[in-house]
Design a binder for this molecule. Structure first.
Ligand code: BT5
Length: 328
């Protein structure tokens, strides 16, 4: 009911709506409406209340709830169900829990803050409240588990494309980082549950530093991390960015879901690569190897050439890449 009242208020935000009018329209008592209005105010909606005139919505909070994103979201299945938290340990943890309980493909878990946000290999992901986009998408592709790493490339391409719509140029540091001028602005964590030749579910977690400022980053990453706000010198509209991101992701994911290929995503990652043509250090578990990044193939694998001239294709997984000078 609260969402219906909110919808009415949004549709009529240029004038007051009488309590009686809302009551007649939705078939609930005026007392119930008053309670819902109070609850909306607690969530951060600014609503003018007047005993004579009724209610008028003045402004909506900067929250990534279904109520706030839904209006802008034009997807078929990604984000049709949004599960929102003010605070949670990790959206990937929650998404995995939900996915194991038959939650449908496309469900998105979003949190305003993560208290135990995770990177790969148990690393931390800094996720301060209201400052970023911390979300996970539940996917159930009918595919072989070997193909799941491709989904990270789809996520990376979707981020690049949605940043372009904000006129922000970013680059992909294969396999799972998005960087601006060499500093990390987004990380992707793709996790899977499956058997030898069957995927039960995939959870793709995306962390985008939208409105973090320098003092929001811990000391140890302050020199290698940045945010969209710092780089564009503006405040980022998180709601619009989430809806654009989910829309772009769905478009690119459908190519994979229907045809099993990720050509469009790879083209985007290739065109906006931070490492192709560069000398890189490959870190795989504790081992470091030097090579030149030659290209990304149509499967999203990184083609590298070692000092002895031999060529290898790397599958993303747990590999990290560093350029030889600077952070990238
Ligand atoms: C990643 O791991 O980059 C994957 C990050 C995925 C985060 C999302 S948020 C929603 C979802 N729920 C989760 O719990 N996680 C996902 P990796 O490549 O391992 O990089 C981790 C490293 O990035 C850390 O060790 C830090 O050095 C650095 N880092 C941590 N927080 C950062 C931030 N906010 N911005 C930039 N760099 C950060």
């Amino acid at each position: 009911m609260k969402d219906k009242i909110l919808r009415l208020l949004k549709e009529n935000n240029d004038h007051f709506l009488s309590g009686q009018g809302i009551s007649d329209n939705l078939g609930v008592s005026r007392t119930a409406i008053w309670k819902y209005i109070n609850s909306l105010k607690e969530e951060g909606y600014v609503i003018n209340s007047s005993s004579k005139k009724g209610y008028q919505l003045i402004s909506c909070p900067d929250l990534l709830t279904a109520d706030e994103i839904g209006d802008k979201l034009h997807t078929k299945f990604i984000g049709k169900e949004i599960v929102h938290f003010q605070s949670i340990d990790s959206t990937n943890n929650k998404a995995k829990e939900l996915a194991a309980k038959n939650t449908s493909q496309g469900t998105v878990v979003i949190a305003e803050e993560q208290t135990l946000g995770r990177g790969r290999l148990g690393r931390n992901w800094t996720s301060p409240k209201y400052k970023g986009i911390w979300l996970s998408i539940i996917l159930k592709p009918d595919t072989n588990p070997m193909k799941v790493p491709k989904i990270t490339q789809i996520g990376a391409a979707a981020v690049i494309e949605s940043l372009k719509s904000l006129k922000i140029d970013a680059e992909v540091k294969w396999p799972n980082d998005i960087v601006i001028k060499g500093k990390k602005v987004c990380g992707i964590l793709t996790e899977m549950s499956g058997e030898l030749n069957r995927v039960n579910y995939v959870v793709m977690g995306l962390g985008i530093n939208a409105n973090l400022q320098k003092n929001d980053f811990p000391e140890n990453i302050i020199d290698k991390a940045t945010s969209l706000s710092i780089e564009s010198n503006s405040n980022i509209d998180r709601k619009t960015l989430v809806s654009t991101l989910l829309f772009k992701f769905e478009e690119l994911y459908e190519e994979f879901d229907k045809e099993g290929i990720i050509k469009t995503s790879v083209d985007i990652c290739r065109k906006n690569s931070a490492i192709i043509g560069k000398d890189i250090k490959i870190i795989n578990r504790e081992q470091e190897t030097f090579a030149k990044a030659l290209d990304i193939d149509d499967n999203g694998e990184l083609i590298v050439q070692y000092k002895d001239g031999s060529i290898e294709k790397l599958i993303s997984g747990e590999i990290s890449i560093r350029a030889l000078n600077g952070y990238i």
